[in-house]
Design a protein around this ligand. Structure first.
Ligand code: FE2
Length: 363
């Protein structure tokens, strides 16, 4: 490569007529371009492989590889290279279709040199704008991505502080939400769920009991059986949680569904909306099984010893079709049998509110 190519923008002239190439080379050199020549599309691509080219001026009809095919390849591999097609008047229709493929402009033979200058200047200005626009777009996307990450961090921080406030109030809650989130993910994966829904299920598990922040402490931590009034009070937590989180979780509706509907029952006898069967969002049916499973396998204020894994699974199966969605229970059973459920040690156990009588709704 000569020194000329290190400083000047490079123009590649592609034409099978050497005389025409010479005219254009002369013109472009006098306008400060370093010039390369090619007799057909193949030769042109070989030049492009070797060095960056700012502008290609190419004939349409050439042997080996014509201008149209060359244009397609240039657009695909060197999008920053501007291409101006040169064509006979009879090929104007083809030349216009070149614009659709991405040529910056076209010239019809015979052309005046001033016309070439004007078209080249326009093509380069277009190229500059396209590149600038892309750069702007990319930096904008980057800024938006940074802000989105920041917003998510702030959002998670506020959810976290709510969760911490609940833990202070109800020490048994510590760990429960994390475990419910974990078991919910295990079940969801077993059911073949993935991507964004999985992410929302994880989040929903973390925050599903946040509404207990509105439950009186003496009720929340009461050892032994609850009165009907106390039970009713504690079971307001799905709606309370839903009200707290609705403004925050607008973008993650599945997580919000878990908060509101994790105490619905498959037979329609749950709270708060008495939804039945498939009317209960799948993510909430999953969280319901995960919630009860953790409640059974963990220590509770009213039942200091958790049940064994086998006994807990037995309870889930017994309540399949009444309290729980059979397909969700089947997924949990399959995960347990496949060794994909690691029981979290009781030392880290919870746990607010699942009922001592395991078949009845958790509390
Ligand atoms: Fe709950």
């Amino acid at each position: 490569m000569t020194a000329e190519f290190n400083t000047a923008p490079c123009c590649l002239i592609v034409d099978d007529e050497p005389r025409l190439r010479q005219v254009l080379v002369h013109l472009m050199r006098s306008d400060g371009f370093a010039c390369l020549e090619a007799g057909n599309g193949e030769e042109a691509l070989a030049h492009l492989e070797r060095q960056p080219v700012t502008l290609v001026m190419s004939d349409l009809r050439m042997p080996k590889m014509d201008g149209l095919e060359m244009l397609r390849r240039v657009r695909g591999r060197w999008p920053d290279t501007a291409v101006v097609m040169i064509t006979a008047v009879s090929d104007v229709e083809v030349a216009v279709s070149c614009l659709a493929i991405g040529a910056m402009d076209y010239l019809t033979k015979p052309f005046h040199l001033e016309e070439v200058r004007a078209r080249v200047a326009q093509a380069l200005e277009k190229r500059r704008l396209v590149i600038e626009n892309r750069g702007y777009h990319e930096s904008l996307q980057e800024k938006v991505a940074v802000q989105a990450r920041r917003l998510e961090e702030l959002f998670l921080a506020s959810v976290q502080s709510l969760a911490e406030a609940l833990e202070v109030k109800d020490p048994y809650t510590r760990g429960h939400s994390i475990r419910v989130s974990h078991y919910s993910m295990v079940i969801a994966r077993e059911l073949g769920l993935e991507g964004e829904l999985l992410r929302q299920i994880e989040l929903g598990g973390h925050v599903h009991d946040i509404g207990k922040i509105g439950v009186r402490e003496e009720v929340l931590n009461k050892p032994g059986k609850l009165t009907d009034a106390e039970y009713e009070h504690i079971m307001t937590h799905p709606v309370v949680g839903w009200r707290i989180l609705a403004p925050l979780l607008g973008e993650t509706p599945a997580a919000l569904n878990i908060v509101r509907s994790h105490h619905e029952r498959y037979d329609g006898r749950g709270v708060p909306d008495r939804l039945a069967g498939d009317l209960i969002p799948l993510e909430a049916r999953i969280a319901a099984v995960a919630d009860s499973f953790d409640a059974m396998t963990s220590d509770r204020p009213y039942r200091p010893d958790g049940m064994t894994l086998e006994a807990s699974v037995g309870e889930l199966v017994r309540c399949s079709g009444t309290q729980f969605d059979p397909s969700v229970v089947a997924a949990m059973v399959s995960a347990v049998e496949g060794g994909r459920v690691a029981l979290v040690p009781r030392a880290t156990s919870y746990v607010g509110v699942a009922s001592a009588a395991t078949a009845s709704p958790t509390r």
